[in-house]
Ligand binder design. Structure first.
Ligand SMILES: [Zn+2]
Length: 293
């Protein structure tokens, strides 16, 4: 099946032409608006010699109305405010188009091309924290497609404020943004999460404490998912897994502290492409009852 995957990220957009389980061609470019996506898909189609795709899957980080196929937008996606992405691409390319949350797409990528567990939770650990749930080889969508927003589980009601308006969400404590904020408050310095992790690696005690606290919170969040869903494993992807060799054992140790049994957390083997793989496979997983568009 000739599929196009589109993974719209906060800074970069990835697109790929996908057939028979592999990418024939792919491209990444700075995230702009709908016009650029259409132009890049056209260029990709001519490169692989397709007249049209048979379906398009789109993953995006912003709040969305998945059933209506509309990206609602957020501050870091200024060109994607109330964009009817499904309608626009369907009219442009004359094929079915599906839209889903990028973390759910990443879970689909893991299911089809990653560790291939049938029961797992995928967690994006980046500037924010998102997730997608797969049980029995099927994606858990929830009532409107928002299931798996694990970043907004409240772990500490008196914890730091979250962008969602609540306090002490996993994302507020353990995301890249949360780590940078802890550095600002505890070290009095403007550092990126990567800076803090680099300092911790070389033995800086206070940076180490910030990193430990973030890993401990993530492990605790994962422990809740483990107890709730009894997955085979937990998979973590996203920017911070670039330091998984250092962070992974800390997260695993916290997970073991808070969950029973033999819980296991691994990093994705698909790297930055996990969401693109999932977007391309989204047409196979999108809930049938939502495709009346
Ligand atoms: Zn929150």
């Amino acid at each position: 099946m000739k599929l196009i995957g589109v993974d719209i990220g906060g800074t970069r957009t990835r697109i790929g032409a996908f057939d028979a389980g592999r990418f024939l061609a792919r491209r990444a470019f700075p995230t702009q608006g709908m016009g650029e996506v259409v132009a890049e898909i056209r260029a990709l189609l001519s490169r692989v010699g397709w007249e049209a795709p048979q379906a398009i899957g789109v993953g995006a980080p912003a709040p969305m109305d998945m059933r209506a196929g509309v990206i609602l937008g957020c501050p870091n996606l200024p060109h994607w405010r109330r964009v009817e992405v499904v309608k626009a691409l369907r009219e442009e390319f004359g094929c079915p188009v599906y839209l889903a949350n990028d973390a759910t797409c990443a879970a689909i990528g893991e299911l089809e091309f990653g560790h291939r567990a049938q029961n797992f939770v995928y967690v994006t650990w980046s500037t924010g924290i998102g997730g997608g749930i797969v049980t029995g080889g099927r994606v858990v969508w929830g009532a409107t497609g928002q299931a798996g927003e694990v970043g907004h589980m409240v772990l500490r009601p008196d914890g730091p404020s979250c962008r969602c308006g609540k306090q002490g969400c996993l994302e507020a404590i353990a995301s890249g943004t949360g780590i940078a904020r802890a550095a600002r408050e505890l070290l009095g310095e403007e550092l990126s999460a990567e800076d803090v992790i680099a300092r911790a690696r070389v033995g800086d005690r206070r940076a180490g404490e910030i990193v430990e606290a973030a890993c401990r919170a993530l492990g605790r969040g994962l422990a809740i998912l483990w107890e709730l869903l009894e997955p085979e494993l937990l998979v973590v992807g996203g920017g911070l897994t670039g330091s998984w060799d250092y962070l992974g054992p800390k997260v695993q140790s916290s997970l073991r502290e808070f969950a029973r049994g033999d819980p296991r957390v691994v990093s994705t083997e698909l790297g930055d492409d996990v969401g693109l793989y999932g977007a391309a496979a989204l047409p196979h997983h999108f809930p049938n009852e939502w495709t009346s568009l």
